[in-house]
Design a binder for this molecule. Structure first.
Ligand code: ADP
Ligand code: ZN
Length: 613
């Protein structure tokens, strides 16, 4: 891009968005696309992909067309651009005919900078005709992984977007996604005919997200406590596997006074839309959801993502947890994990209708996820390694903050495995974990007596361990395929080839032990939510709360979500800097010309009022 373009790009960034500088690969992408090149942009959520097409669309003459699958969110995306003073509109099935005609007329007249379109709308006869009549600056294909037939966001229309190159070979195209795995990247380039596109791949690290996995005992109670202790009043997302569990957990949290709402595909669309609106518009809503919720949610101030059930792959885990902390402020990814998760996920694969090859692939993906959940070393290093990125221990995950102890548990494993073996030998059938643990601990309940298992030589040999200890051990054995759960047959435990190696003493078993709670407290890590690098002083915190209340009202007046007025990061900066006039306000990151003019006077008054109080 000529120097003058580079200067213009920086000026737009500062004047329109109010940001002092580009981040990461934004500037090279802008340069490449503004110069007419195609691009494939792979950056994690929150990295700032939108600017990568919005600024080139402004730099190039004509209309920037943005293809997005997210009809429910287009309105917010466009509202955010209008708040910045840009000329943006959207076309999708939610518009009435008169408004759609008006938008089309504006596009033809060259009165729009950016037009967001649903793919089916763009591909329709009238959509194509409209674009033929416009001068086009570029095409941006957002959420480009929707072309992938294997992915869970597959949209058939995305596969037809190759027509854009055939019809408009001279218009640059930029495809963007936060999906990190390499097969999906290849598929995007292939299906969208982006063979000549330059790839821009940033690091997938999300340093502000703290990863934590806790032993699941009573998952729901642990979740409620986690939110109460560390995220009171914060916005968050809780993922659960089933619709009924979503409903129950939302009810339970609401009963404890939290603003918790359920979201899953079984709710009627009106209620889903209402809950989504509240989540986006209000502060501090906790959305309890199945994975049907989340793609493209660009709410920047989600402070935590919690998993009550383990996702089936690292890709899923990374995508879901990635919805936390887009604003770059500290956020947490919390997951409760137990034996039942392993059993449940293995069962889902077994019961699935996929062919053998696909089941093997799913099992491999699940095993990688299990290894992450069981890991005793840095979780971030493992996550990034899964996506092909090397890194150093991060200092911001549970294992870095309180390294778990690794103890040799070969003998205990042998006790457990031989109990599994002897129960089967004595009764000709296999038993589930609860029964095996009862025998180990010498608990002679009805079932143990009925089968005469109180007479086994292993009866009571594990009395010195609690039931939970044994569960943790069994879980780790199952996760490592040293023991198998027959999830189609009452979850009974069966020995594997690996179990025999352990029993014969050919293979040792290391057990991950979380440091005892007291030691954890002393070290002062993990027991409290991560704090921003600069914590707010008391009076700044008071001002910040006042600013949030002001923002809620301003958002209502303008009919936009609160974060569209200003994200938390900007409000925090305002609370600390306490600008006295519009110029000082304008110098804060996230305050561009238009927002200074719209909100500045009220903000300066509010701050002056607090200073005098
Ligand atoms: P993505 O689409 O990659 O998830 P977004 O485009 O939504 O990310 O950007 C995430 C957040 O970061 C937004 O609030 C955005 O305004 C902010 N942001 C983007 N680029 C910059 C920048 N250069 N400086 C400061 N903030 C930025
Ligand atoms: Zn770490």
């Amino acid at each position: 891009m000529p120097d003058s373009d580079q200067a213009r790009a920086r000026r737009l960034l500062q004047d329109v968005w109010g940001y002092p500088s580009f981040r990461g690969l934004q500037e090279p992408v802008v340069e490449h696309v503004a110069g007419g090149g195609d691009a494939l942009v792979l950056m994690p959520t929150g990295a700032g992909k939108s600017l990568c097409f919005q600024i080139p669309a402004l730099l190039r003459p004509g209309l920037g067309v943005v293809v997005s699958p997210l009809i429910a969110l287009m309105q917010d995306q466009v509202a955010a651009l209008r708040e910045l003073g840009l000329r943006a509109a959207f076309l999708n099935s939610s518009l009435d005919a008169a408004t759609a005609r008006q938008v089309q007329a504006q596009a033809r007249a060259g009165e729009l900078d950016l037009l967001y379109m649903a793919p089916e709308r763009l591909l329709s006869e009238s959509g194509m005709r409209l674009l033929e009549q416009c001068r086009l600056a570029l095409f941006a294909i957002d959420e480009a992984h929707c072309v992938s037939q294997w992915g869970h966001d597959f949209r058939p229309e995305y596969g037809q977007l190759e027509i854009l190159r055939e019809r408009w070979p001279e218009v640059p195209r930029v495809a963007l996604t936060a999906t990190a795995d390499i097969p999906t990247r290849k598929e995007i380039a292939q299906r969208l005919l982006l063979d000549d596109a330059r790839s821009f791949v940033s690091s997938f690290d999300r340093p502000n997200i703290r990863y934590r996995v806790v032993e699941k005992r009573d998952g729901r109670a642990q979740l409620a406590q986690f939110i109460r202790d560390e995220h009171e009043g914060d916005c968050g997302v809780v993922y659960a596997l089933s619709r009924s569990s979503v409903e129950e957990v939302a009810g339970l949290l609401a009963a404890q006074g939290m603003k918790a709402l359920p979201y899953h595909a079984g709710l009627d669309s009106g209620m889903r839309a209402r809950h989504l609106r509240r989540f986006l518009d209000e502060d501090g809503v906790v959305m309890v959801a199945t994975i049907a919720f989340g793609m493209g949610i660009d709410k920047p101030d989600v402070r935590f993502v919690a998993h009550l059930d383990m996702p089936r792959s690292i890709e899923g885990y990374f995508q879901e947890t990635g919805r936390a902390g887009r604003d770059g402020l500290p956020a947490q990814a919390w997951m409760a994990y137990g034996l039942a998760d392993v059993v449940q996920q293995r069962r889902l694969i077994e019961l699935g209708e996929a062919d053998e090859a696909h089941k093997r692939l799913s099992t491999a993906k699940l095993d990688a996820m299990l290894a992450l959940a069981e890991a005793a070393d840095c979780r971030r290093v493992r996550l990034l390694a899964y996506f092909g990125e090397a890194s150093e221990p991060c200092g911001n995950c549970d294992n870095c903050l309180q390294p778990p102890e690794m103890v040799d548990a070969t003998e205990a494993a042998q006790k457990a495995l031989s109990t599994v073996y002897r129960c089967r030998q004595a009764s000709g059938t296999s038993f589930a974990a609860t029964h095996v643990i009862d025998v180990l601990r010498g608990k002679s309940g009805d079932k143990v007596q009925r089968f005469g298992h109180d007479r086994l030589s292993t009866f009571g040999i594990g009395a010195d361990w609690s039931e939970q200890d044994w569960r943790v051990l069994l879980r780790q054995l199952v996760a490592q395929h040293l023991l198998e759960v027959d999830s189609l047959h009452y979850n009974v435990l069966r020995l594997t080839e690996g179990s025999r190696e352990v029993l014969r003493g050919e293979r040792r078993v290391a057990l991950r032990r979380q440091a005892p709670a007291a030691a954890r407290k002393r070290r002062g890590a993990g027991g409290s939510a991560p704090q921003p690098a600069v914590a707010l002083r008391d009076d700044d915190a008071i001002l910040f709360e006042q600013l949030r209340a002001w923002r809620a009202e301003a958002a209502r007046d303008h009919g936009v979500p609160a974060y569209v007025v200003f994200p938390d990061a900007t409000l925090r900066a305002i609370a600390v800097a306490r600008p006295r006039d519009l110029d000082e306000l304008r110098s804060i990151s996230g305050v561009g010309d238009k927002k200074r003019d719209t909100y500045g006077p009220a903000l300066v008054r509010l701050i002056a009022g607090q200073a005098g109080a």
